[in-house]
Design a protein around this ligand. Structure first.
Ligand SMILES: *Cc1c(COP(=O)(O)O)cnc(C)c1O
Length: 223
């Protein structure tokens, strides 16, 4: 059941935070609703969940429009021609992964007289199949996007490789945290670390995640 799943995830987050000597309140749970319908999102909201993640503009449109009072996070690959549909509805874009997208976000935000908050996606594992900047591209990228005054960068995001033993993901989460710490010397607003999914969120919390993006563990009962 949704309620039990949510309680179990919250408990595991709290335990992982304690193991790492962290405060649970530093970790925001984002419920990823890409596989569920509007009615299920509403039920999740009644449990007190306020942050929701979607990865496809079209599939999410109905849910996002129906529940504007919730905090929506865009977590999927974002095409530049879709930014105008995303900017008004989403509070945070987790997947800024290229300069051209930064330019499109600046332009879209300028047109609607808004600002856009985003995380820079980094491909720390180097897997070919994954989006994101290479770690060595990050500092030059941060310097290049400084000219975009409508774009507010809040931190970094990554996806770890999918492996059987979540312990194997630790190195990637640690690398993202170290990258953030290094970047913060010049970009002090880079606080957030969006990392950890159903398979590996406990390790991510131990390594400093400030946002975990969890779908299956909340919405698929067998987890
Ligand atoms: C689907 C998705 C998640 C959630 O995945 P689960 O394994 O179901 O928890 C997190 N982040 C991104 C980018 C996703 O696309």
């Amino acid at each position: 059941m949704l309620e039990d799943n949510y309680a179990a995830v919250q408990k595991k987050i709290a335990e992982a935070a304690i193991r790492a000597g962290r405060n649970t309140e530093e970790v925001k749970l984002i419920a990823v609703t890409k596989t569920v319908n509007l009615a299920t999102v509403k039920r999740a909201a009644t449990l007190g969940i306020r942050d929701f993640g979607e990865n496809r503009v079209q599939d999410a449109a109905e849910k996002v429009a129906a529940l504007p009072e919730l905090n929506w996070h865009f977590i999927g690959h974002l095409q530049s021609n879709k930014v105008k549909e995303v900017i008004p509805h989403y509070g945070l874009i987790h997947s800024l992964d290229r300069l051209s997208l930064a330019g499109a976000l600046q332009k879209g935000a300028d047109r609607s007289d808004l600002t856009v908050e985003a995380l820079v996606q980094v491909n720390v594992s180097g897997e070919e199949s994954k989006f994101g900047l290479e770690p060595r591209e990050l500092v030059p990228f941060l310097d290049q996007v400084k000219i975009y005054d409508r774009l507010i960068l809040k931190g970094l995001m990554t996806m770890a490789p999918f492996v059987d033993d979540p312990e194997e993901t630790r190195i990637y989460f640690r690398r993202l945290r170290e990258l953030r710490d290094r970047c913060r010397e010049n970009h002090e607003n880079l606080m957030e670390l969006s990392m950890g999914m159903t398979n590996d969120y406990e390790v991510a919390v131990e390594e400093g995640a400030t946002m975990v993006r969890i779908g299956s563990a909340i919405f698929n009962a067998h987890q």
